[in-house]
Ligand binder design. Structure first.
Ligand code: NDP
Length: 528
């Protein structure tokens, strides 16, 4: 998962949940060599005319986009272990924390339980109200949900069609062509259309969001099965072209103008092209899977639409269930729903920012991202709402006020810092950033050393983590389980900071070292 991230000055102001990211498994300073098997694609001009988007050509054997990785995540063995552990963790969080057994299991295994439980494993049960674990109905529902999102994505107009970052085509040692893919972005429209459909369906009694609680486990099973199937399909499909033949064919096509988009053959991701089946399946062999002559990009679609909106639907389902049980909605439920809604809306509103993230520019679309996007995010990030429902949590007004302050502070730091860098990267002469000090670099893109980015190298992560606390605190202090998110996310952000630091060192060399001397803290000012 480590490679060049931003090669263009595209906006990067948003945040979005991403793949579950285990701690770093590989040291810094790996040797990077060329692995290029990317092939030219073409795009479409505004007037509908076909247009290739080459940026430049080069015959270098290594480029920013084509550097092979050493193994990450513990190599093939690590990839297999993570593949097993991720779904197990999703189930574990349900079995270990539910209204049938309570949430004592986790405390009992780490020795925090108030009463010593003789048999901790009796606390680990399938919750009665969530059986069966597998149902065909839920499989159909899950597939229907994905189908609904694909349909809306295809039918609704794009809010914006945007170019991604540079990709380099060509075989190792051969001629390379740098080009950019184009993306249809309409996640926010998919979200609003779904919200309206749900509101109307609920009003007329056609949609019962509360039923998502009872179906939670079987939906999780359906999601896991879908993630394994989709990953395998993507892996097999990544072998679908004869690169050289297609490359020639592609070049011929360019000369015959047509009104169709030709997305061309496979572009392989550096990290997921090692030749080891288990590892490549996990990391993802193909960088930007596209299967039709359209702007539909499977990875960007999954990163933003079904998982994020699905997460909100689960949250609202838990809120609906609480209303049905109690006749009212509790403060913690309102808080967590509102905060997470705000987070997802923010991510969808700033959708173009996804194109510059390492998930999109670098990582293949393998199990790590497929599972992260479609299963991990909706089924583990909704833990707090489920916990509040199943444990009848309530909090004082003072605590509510405190949590709102934590969320507001976190959001302010997160949005301001991300926005400041985005403005600086897109228009350094903008009045809001013109006065900020920056470090000139040989690479050409300067680094901010005052303002938010002078306080800590990833102060935006700090804001995000503060929000994570605001999502967990409404769950009270009876159990540790709902704090899973804050702990996991802390590990993810520390890991991400290390990976980004590695990349920046590769991109900026000594300039990055100088920057680190000037801005000493990584994430939390004066602490870390
Ligand atoms: P960042 O937005 O932190 O961007 C890092 C990049 O910014 C660097 O690679 C570098 O790229 C540039 N940069 C670094 N320092 C400076 C500087 N001083 N001045 C100018 N540019 C600089 O990356 P992420 O994609 O990791 O995070 C984006 C947001 O997404 C964060 O707020 C994060 O919290 C959130 N997030 C949320 C997740 C979730 O599950 N909820 C998961 C992952 C991320 P270059 O110089 O090439 O421009």
């Amino acid at each position: 998962m480590v490679s060049t991230r931003r090669t263009t000055k595209a906006p990067s102001s948003s945040s979005r949940p991403s793949s579950p990211s285990p701690p770093p498994a590989s040291p810094r300073g790996r040797k990077r060599t060329t692995s290029a098997s990317t092939i030219l694609r073409s795009g479409i001009k505004k007037n509908g005319e076909e247009e290739d988007i080459p940026i430049s050509t080069t015959t270098n054997t290594t480029t920013k986009n084509h550097q092979n990785h050493g193994y990450e995540f513990g190599g093939p063995i690590g990839a297999i272990c993570i593949t097993i552990l991720l779904p197990l963790t999703c189930y574990f969080l349900v079995f270990a924390c539910n209204e049938t057994t309570g949430c004592d299991f986790i405390e009992s295994i780490i020795g925090l339980a108030k009463e010593k439980k003789k048999n901790s494993f009796s606390l680990l049960l399938i919750p009665e109200k969530m059986t069966p674990v597998f149902s065909l109905e839920s499989c159909v529902l899950f597939l229907g949900w994905i189908g609904w999102c694909v349909m809306l994505h295809a039918l609704l107009p794009a809010s914006i069609v945007k170019e991604g970052v540079d990709i380099t085509s060509g075989e190792s040692g051969g001629e390379k062509t740098r080009f950019r893919l184009r993306y249809k972005l309409n996640g926010f429209r998919v979200f609003t259309t779904t919200a309206v459909a749900c509101a109307v369906g609920t009003y007329f009694g056609q949609i019962q969001l509360r039923s998502l609680h009872a179906k939670f486990l079987s939906l999780l099973t359906a999601g896991c099965a879908f993630a394994f199937a989709l990953t395998t399909f993507l892996y097999v499909a990544s072998f679908r072209v004869n690169k050289n033949d297609k490359s020639k064919k592609n070049k011929e096509k360019k000369t015959r103008k047509s009104d169709k988009i030709d997305n061309g053959p496979v572009v392989l991701a550096n990290g997921g092209n090692t030749g080891n089946v288990a590892y490549d399946w996990f990391i993802g062999r193909e960088l930007n899977p596209r299967f039709s002559n359209s702007l539909f990009d499977a990875k960007v679609f999954c990163e933003l639409t079904p998982g994020l909106i699905g997460w909100l639907l689960l949250n609202f389902g838990f809120m609906h269930e609480q209303y049905a049980r109690l006749g009212f909605i509790t403060k913690p439920m309102v808080l967590v729903n509102a905060f997470q809604l705000m987070y997802v809306v923010d991510a969808l509103w700033n959708e173009p920012a996804i194109l510059t993230t390492m998930d999109v520019t670098t990582d293949g679309f393998g199990f790590m991202l497929v599972f992260g996007d479609l299963v991990w995010v909706p089924f583990t990030y909704s833990l707090q709402c489920r916990y509040i429902l199943e444990n009848n949590v309530d909090i004082s007004l003072a605590m509510t006020a405190f949590i709102v302050i934590v969320q507001a502070t976190g959001y302010y730091v997160f949005r301001q810092s991300n926005g400041q860098k985005n403005t600086f990267r897109t228009n350094p002469n903008d009045p809001s950033v013109r006065h900020l000090k920056s470090l000139k670099t040989k690479r050409g893109t300067n680094l901010l050393i005052s303002g938010w980015w002078g306080i800590a190298r990833h102060v935006n992560y700090f804001g995000d983590w503060l929000m994570a606390w605001a999502w967990c605190l409404p769950c009270g202090f009876d159990h540790i389980a709902p704090y899973f998110y804050v702990a996991y996310f802390g590990v993810l952000l520390v890991h991400r900071d290390l990976r980004d630091g590695e990349q920046c060192e590769l991109k900026y060399g000594n300039d990055w070292k100088r920057y680190c001397e000037i801005v000493r803290f990584r994430i939390i000012p004066y602490v870390y």
